[in-house]
Design a protein around this ligand. Structure first.
Ligand SMILES: [Zn+2]
Length: 235
């Protein structure tokens, strides 16, 4: 009887071992696609608050490139961004075009915002998004932080239409994208939240730009303008 039992066990083991393996990779090897939503030209009291509420409800993180002169009066929003895991960067103090600007202007525009951010949020590396994405050799030389361009621009500020912005992003998005938006416009905020809903449904994760770089193994360097998670602009 014991022999029959041992034989049965061996047969069962053989049957289990011979089953085709599931086609899934081992746990831990699946990387969800991920993107970074970036918001320029804020903070703006009503729209930025609505966006922060929406991102919090969805467990999505983003990056805010703020205009320095809009920080006074909106300190609570900045503190909230940092507390809720978003990345905060600079979009200069008064949204000047750095390309072709005097050296003193570039230094002042970057430094004034950095001082405000440091006073409010503490010492940190506040990355720069140059207004209009425009830089020149002098900007590369003077920027002491990584600079962030984008790989997907739905021109939200121009179309001011939630459905069109959503359609453009969903039609073009790829893993590792840095998406340009502006939390200054209600239509853009609504579009961003709809995009989060749609892409989370497809398994996408929403990370800060720093987290996105980390995920792709990119070590961001000061004075380099990055277009996506792995490539500098113009690559
Ligand atoms: Zn801007």
């Amino acid at each position: 009887m014991k022999q029959w039992f041992a034989l049965l066990c061996a047969a069962a083991l053989l049957w289990v071992l011979c089953q085709p393996r599931a086609a899934y990779p081992a746990a831990g090897t699946i990387e969800a696609p991920c993107v970074a939503l970036t918001f320029d030209d804020g903070p703006r009291a009503d729209t930025t608050e609505r966006l922060l509420d929406g991102l919090a409800a969805r467990g999505a993180r983003a990056t805010f490139f703020v205009i320095g002169q809009q920080i006074p009066g909106n300190e609570e929003l900045l503190l909230r961004m940092a507390a809720e895991g978003h990345q905060v960067g600079s979009h200069t103090y008064s949204h000047v075009r750095l390309q072709g600007a005097a050296e003193s202007t570039v230094i002042e525009e970057i430094a004034k915002t950095e001082v405000l951010l440091t006073e409010l949020l503490g010492e940190g590396d506040y990355w720069l998004r140059p207004p209009y994405g425009l830089v020149d050799d002098q900007t590369y030389r003077l920027a002491e932080t990584p600079m962030i361009y984008w790989s997907l621009d739905p021109e939200d500020w121009k179309v001011l239409d939630t459905a069109k912005v959503v359609e453009r992003i969903l039609g073009e998005v790829e893993d590792g994208d840095i998406i340009l938006l502006h939390d200054f416009y209600p239509t853009s905020v609504e579009a961003a939240l709809q995009v989060v809903d749609a892409l989370q449904g497809k398994g996408y994760q929403f990370l800060t730009v720093a987290e996105l770089f980390d995920r792709f193994g990119t070590d961001p360097q000061p004075g380099v303008l990055y277009a996506d998670a792995t490539h500098p602009r113009g690559w």
